[in-house]
Design a protein around this ligand. Structure first.
Ligand code: SF4
Length: 290
């Protein structure tokens, strides 16, 4: 059996940075006794979240209470903002509580916050192409100061009701599928909007999606590793499934038990941005043993 792991599989730059920050804050906390929290799980990966919990890093929910107890963190708390970023309002709220903010918002996401903030302040309506419920999109939306809409599909575009007198600033969720993004921009234009498009899809995502598509094309069986709630892993799965119908979506090496291998198969492996290298290596090793 030939097993190929995509070079771009696993942690992207922004996630690596956020996870590294969480471990560093945990180390500091072990020395200075301060409590450390992440605002929501730092990544969509239970293995990493549990490991951090073992080092004392706890999760805050949206109401800024400790997720497992409902208590409010003490004044000396350190709060890590994950790579998805947060709204401007939430930023102010964290500051107002006197907590120390360790901001792991990915610089690529910060760039989108800056674009939509500047353009909306200059009077341009904003369209964010992405999934309305995704935390990154909700964070971006929170930096818009004026009319804004989120478009995730053709129906959303057809229901747009933004002012048409001015150009519309269009940005994208960093993990959105590039072809779908282009398609939606064309639909928006066909509805009579004059668009000012900034393609803010992250290179890491484009590279991972492109390589996954190529690998899936050449493989008899494709394994996509990542958390169930990770939108970038779901998109990877869709892409691979369209090229290779024997595509499996797994979360841990143990899920390989449900995969039907053939000894002469070419197996391709890719993984979402929240999947640690240790898991990818373990999956690869176990595939080779089949
Ligand atoms: S996918 Fe790109 S934008 Fe998103 S966190 Fe990773 S590096 Fe940053």
């Amino acid at each position: 059996m030939k097993v190929t792991v995509a070079k771009s599989a696993g942690f992207c730059f922004g996630v690596k940075r956020a996870v590294g920050m969480a471990y560093r804050e945990a180390e500091k906390a072990a020395e200075n006794g301060r409590s450390v929290y992440t605002l929501g799980p730092v990544i969509h990966n239970e293995y990493v979240v549990d490991d951090l919990a073992g080092k004392g890093v706890r999760i805050l929910d949206e109401s800024l209470k400790i997720a497992d107890t409902g208590e409010i963190p003490e004044d000396s708390a350190v709060v890590i903002v994950r790579s998805h970023g947060i709204t401007e309002k939430m930023h102010r709220e964290l500051k107002s509580r006197g907590w120390t903010i360790a901001d792991a918002t990915c610089p690529f996401v910060q760039k989108i916050h800056k674009i939509v903030s500047e353009k909306s302040r200059a009077g341009y309506p904003v369209i964010i192409i992405g999934s309305p419920e995704h935390p990154e999109v909700q964070g971006i939306r929170g930096w818009v100061h004026g009319p804004c809409a989120v478009v995730g599909c053709r129906e959303d575009a057809e229901q747009l009701n933004l002012p048409r007198e001015k150009e519309v600033c269009v940005v994208s969720q960093t993990t959105f599928n590039f072809n779908k993004f282009q398609e939606l921009v064309e639909i928006i234009e066909s509805l009579g909007y004059h668009v000012m498009v900034t393609n803010t899809i992250c290179n890491a995502t484009q590279e991972r999606q492109g390589e996954a598509m190529e690998l899936a094309r050449q493989s008899d069986l494709m394994i996509v590793i990542g958390g169930r709630s990770s939108s970038n892993t779901q998109k990877l799965y869709e892409i691979c499934r369209s090229e290779c119908k024997d595509t499996y979506y797994i979360q841990t090496p143990d899920d390989l038990a449900a995969v039907c291998f053939h000894s002469d198969s070419c197996v391709g492996i890719t993984a979402g941005a929240s999947t640690p290298n240790t898991i990818i290596q373990e999956v690869s090793l176990r595939c080779q043993k089949n």
